[in-house]
Design a protein around this ligand. Structure first.
Ligand SMILES: Nc1ncnc2c1ncn2[C@@H]1O[C@H](COP(=O)(O)OP(=O)(O)O)[C@@H](O)[C@H]1O
Ligand SMILES: [Mg+2]
Length: 272
């Protein structure tokens, strides 16, 4: 059984225009999935459906064999699926970092002693131990987002969903958050669903899901996805910079292999 499983899921906010329109896919434990699609393609709605903030109108969602979208399972699902949103300022609730991280576990009624251990674990995981007693207002955007991730990790979720969690950060903050998430995926086997519009953040994913008008229009490895420049363009998506440059050069007669993803691959291909 897959860790996440969606079958023919449909949802609309107004009961007429579907925001998610017949989506099916499975995610295995430990996978790193990137979800891309232009504005309004249904990415955030999908995230809210998977953690039970919304219930599907049709179809079924299972997380760790638990049916999502029932009132009875809300807490069980929340424990397993943590969502980090776009704006770090809307996610931090306490005036001290450690209290903020403790907020979730306290709400779940976890014993005081264990909460302390969870704060330690979560702040270590995001590299923010030194800021334990700081006020979140004094942190950079990247640091705030790492605290927001720690708050989610304190619930020990099996699945981490990042809904454009790097969109409001500067390049340094983006790098910090991305490396923390990659480390959690590799070292703690946290399953990641990363919604992003930065194509550079997609290249390391195990698999990419492309949404358009609430439907999955492509699903493949980053290398295969980014070979389809024309189709991506038609639905308002770009290529990672290195792939874009490689394609341009190839069109100008420079011999380069297809499927270049990173600057390193591009420079290696050029040296040959
Ligand atoms: N709270 C809401 N109420 C009504 N319609 C919404 C709401 N949130 C999103 N939508 C609509 O649902 C569709 C999908 O939106 P969303 O899931 O936010 O897309 P994305 O995250 O890919 O930008 C869009 O047409 C959007 O206008
Ligand atoms: Mg969104």
């Amino acid at each position: 059984m897959s860790l996440i499983s969606l079958k023919d899921v449909k949802f609309s906010y107004d009961k007429t225009n579907p925001a998610v329109d017949g989506v099916s896919f499975n995610v295995e434990k430990g996978e790193y999935i990137a979800v891309i699609g232009h504005n309004g393609s249904g990415k955030s709605t999908l995230a809210r459906l998977i953690n039970g903030l919304l219930s599907p109108d049709e179809g079924e969602i299972y997380v760790d064999d638990i049916k999502v979208g029932d009132k009875k399972t809300v807490f069980e699902v929340r424990k397993r699926v943590g969502v980090v949103f776009q704006n770090p300022d809307n996610q931090l609730v306490a005036s001290i970092v450690e209290d903020d991280v403790a907020f979730g576990p306290e709400n779940l009624g976890i014993p005081r002693k264990e909460i302390g251990e969870r704060i330690d674990f979560a702040l270590d995981a995001v590299g923010m131990q030194d800021f334990r007693k700081s006020s979140p207002t004094r942190l950079s955007g990247g640091q705030k987002q790492r605290v927001a991730i720690a708050g989610v990790l304190a619930l020990k979720p099996q699945i981490l969903i990042l809904d454009e969690s790097t969109a409001m950060l500067d390049p340094k903050g983006r790098k910090e958050v991305l490396s923390v998430v990659k480390k959690l995926n590799k070292e703690q086997a946290v399953t990641v669903l990363a919604i992003t519009h930065y194509m550079e953040e997609v290249v390391d994913a195990d698999r990419v899901i492309v949404l358009d008008s609430g439907k999955i229009v492509m699903q493949d490895t980053p290398r295969e996805i980014f070979k389809r420049e024309k189709e991506l363009k038609e639905i308002g998506l770009e290529l990672p910079l290195a792939s874009y440059i490689a394609n341009k050069m190839r069109k100008n007669g420079i011999e380069l292999p297809e499927g270049v993803l990173t600057e390193q691959e591009l420079s290696e291909a050029l040296c040959k």
